[in-house]
Ligand binder design. Structure first.
Ligand code: DLL
Length: 433
């Protein structure tokens, strides 16, 4: 089933709709948001200069800092009376970014999440367990209202309290699990510890998102849970979840192009890159009322393909996010994405999917250290075998990353587990880089 007819528009119809909505948006922000009016004046552009989607490159970018500098409501385009919901990004560093929604915004959001849920194969027959943390984070409420919209039975368990979570899953007959991939992995482990085989639980479909994960991690989740593991993407600054999501073919996440213009740019120069090239994703939401933003720089690295999909949808697809431009590690001058490390580790049968990346400075040298759990604890008592395994992992990492890494093989269940977004990198190099 396809939730909205718009998902089958031809490329020219999509572009026409985007052009029309972009023209309205530009006028809307110019009239209502002093910040953008000033930006337009600085760039010497007028709303009338933006005639079609191709003109988007003339518009200024918006960054996370712009939102922070206007904390909390400075970029809102409507009076607070019309704002019916607030969310915020977790903001581990500095001020959080605050986002607002009008009643229409909430409606659009629920529609777009309904779209990705249906795309992944959910329906009104499903019982959906939401294991994202409810609160300022957009994940839980976003999926909640979207799944309700399609008529699924929503179970708002929130994250944490994992044993209870597993018990309820069985009791309530949850068929859809909504969480981060790392929490789903941890939940499988907790179930196994409780003597429950996750495959025997009623879950058949995973709607995973809010953090990156590799194909290897997907395979692990599908194996452990015996489910179809799909991925979806979004960010609070442009709405929350519902920006893009995979269909059952799992070959890229369909972008809701009737509501978002997605561009790929070179993160260094800001120049637009053609379809197929990997770079930073820039998103312009077209229909938001409370907090419209122009060309939001997501810092997420991906590529876009406009090819129609076997599922019948025509909306362009973005590939899995390789990483964030600000999460990319520069180790002795070599760029390393944590996802590359995950790919290597998950292809080694003797180690488990739990790992931690530590970067430190030794004199002037960056040192990369990786802790990974072995699956069989008795291996830790067999020195020769252990050394051979360590050496083979070190070698495979070197081939994949082009940098040396120190590998520590640790006992099962000793590394940190995550109930929300995983934090796998500990960078101890300080700010003197
Ligand atoms: O994480 C929105 C969301 C919630 C998406 C639930 C999907 C499911 P923020 O907390 O603002 O919003 O974080 C946004 O998370 O810029 C990406 O770096 C990352 N992210 C989200 N989904 C994915 C994904 C939500 N599928 C930031 N793959 C984004 C990789 C993702 N990274």
């Amino acid at each position: 089933m396809i939730w909205s007819d718009n998902e089958k528009l031809s490329r020219s119809e999509i572009e026409n709709l985007q052009s029309e909505r972009l023209r309205q948006l530009v006028k809307y922000v110019y009239d209502r948001v002093p910040f953008y009016r000033k930006r337009f004046e600085e760039a010497r552009i007028k709303p009338a200069d933006i005639k079609s989607v191709k003109d988007i490159v003339k518009l200024p970018f918006t960054t996370k800092d712009d939102l922070r500098d206007n904390y909390p409501y400075g970029l809102f385009a409507v009076p607070m009376k019309e704002v019916v919901r607030i969310h915020a990004s977790s903001g581990t560093t500095g001020k959080p970014t605050v986002v607002g929604y009008t009643r229409n915004d909430l409606n659009t959001w629920a529609e777009l999440v309904a779209r990705i849920a249906v795309e992944a194969g959910a329906s009104d027959e499903d019982v959906a367990q939401i294991a994202f943390g409810y609160g300022l984070f957009t994940g839980a409420f976003g999926l909640h209202y979207g799944l309700e919209r399609i008529g699924a039975t929503v179970v708002p368990v929130s994250s944490g309290n994992t044993e209870r979570q597993i018990k309820l899953m069985g009791d309530f007959g949850s068929t859809v699990l909504v969480s981060t991939p790392s929490y789903a992995l941890y939940m499988a482990e907790v179930a196994e510890n409780m003597g429950i085989n996750p495959k025997e639980l009623p879950v058949r479909l995973g709607l995973f998102g809010a953090e990156g994960s590799t194909e290897e991690m997907r395979a692990e989740l599908e194996k452990r849970w015996g489910i179809l593991a799909t991925e979806n993407y979004g960010l609070s600054e442009v709405m929350g979840p519902g920006v893009s999501g995979e269909c059952v073919y799992k070959d890229g996440m369909h972008i809701a192009e009737d509501h978002f213009i997605a561009e790929i740019i070179d993160p260094e120069s800001g120049e637009p890159l053609p379809y197929g090239c990997t770079g930073e994703l820039v998103i312009t939401p077209l229909t938001k009322e409370a907090l419209p933003v122009l060309r939001y720089r997501t810092r997420d690295v991906t590529s876009i393909s406009p090819k129609p999909c076997a599922c019948g949808r025509t909306m362009a697809r973005m590939s899995k996010v390789r990483g964030r431009t600000d999460d990319m590690l520069i180790i002795r001058g070599v760029n390393v994405f944590p996802s590359q490390i995950e790919e290597v580790l998950l292809n080694i049968p003797e180690v488990g999917p739990h790992y931690q990346i530590i970067v430190r400075k030794n004199g002037y040298m960056d040192e990369l250290e990786i802790d990974v759990e072995v699956l069989d604890p008795s291996l830790l008592e067999r020195y020769r075998e252990l050394e051979m395994l360590r050496e083979s992992i070190r070698h495979r990492l070197k081939v994949a990353l082009l940098v040396e890494a120190k590998v520590n093989l640790v006992e099962p269940r000793t590394l940190k587990r995550f109930e929300g977004k995983a934090k796998r990198v500990i960078d101890l190099r300080g700010d003197d880089r």
